[in-house]
Write a protein that binds this ligand. Structure first.
Ligand code: BG6
Ligand code: MG
Length: 213
């Protein structure tokens, strides 16, 4: 896929687009679910992609028809993150997804602004560990927004900080929530990965290797 030459900024989702971490989120939630007597199928997991940790827990509780106290929720959120951090302990630049590094480099060489729009509160640590933090002109993570995807806030804030109008931004996403967020922010989007997950995106690629600037 060739990039439209009106594009001035590339805004990337992190988990499942740049770094191979999406399955670790799933594994961490699975562990929490089995501890607390809940279920999470692969199919239901699609609903968690791109959404915040808190919202993910709300969805899981809903699927399992469970209601718990705020205190218990907080406890589970902490445990889920501990579990996730353990799973990504050895994460490094080998865990970058195919074409990620090449596209970041090529974007920079072509003078495009590069932004991150991630729901993850662990985003900056992951960028550092995979050694790609230097490519980003601005990073928006889960600590900086109130309304997570599918709300457009994360991408709007990123575009604003990059000083690029939304119509000139191209978002790379692997989740339905993320593509919806990009659309609501008036940005074009490329769905990365399995198309069934991301049918609403403007364009699809299997991997970032298929993007040419
Ligand atoms: C998104 C993931 O990038 O970040 C979600 O797709 C995850 O699965 C969300 O729940 C929040 O991540 P974290 O690292 O703050 O728990
Ligand atoms: Mg993602």
């Amino acid at each position: 896929m060739e990039l439209n030459n009106r594009i001035k900024a590339l805004i990337f989702d992190l988990d499942g687009v740049l770094v191979d971490t999406a399955h670790f989120h799933y594994l961490a939630w699975k562990e929490i679910c089995s501890k607390y007597g809940m279920d999470l199928s692969l199919n239901d997991n699609l609903r968690l992609k791109g959404v915040s940790r808190t919202e993910s827990l709300n969805i899981i509780l809903n699927i399992n028809n469970k209601s718990i106290s705020q205190g218990e929720k907080q406890q589970i959120l902490v445990e889920k993150n501990q579990c996730y951090l353990k799973l990504i302990e050895t994460l490094n630049s080998n865990d970058l997804l195919p074409g990620a590094l090449e596209l970041l480099k090529s974007g920079k060489e072509h003078g495009l602004k590069i932004g991150l729009g991630s729901a993850s509160k662990n985003a900056t640590a992951i960028l550092e560990r995979t050694k790609i933090v230097e490519y980003f002109d601005y990073v928006v993570d889960g600590n900086m927004v109130k309304n997570s995807k599918p709300a457009p806030e994360v991408f709007k804030l990123c575009a604003n900080k990059l000083a690029i109008e939304p119509e000139y931004c191209l978002v790379f996403e692997d989740s339905i929530a993320g593509v919806q967020a990009a659309k609501t922010a008036n940005m074009s989007s490329v769905g990365v990965g399995f198309p069934a997950d991301i049918v609403v995106a403007d364009k699809h690629v299997d991997t970032l290797l298929n993007i040419k600037i």
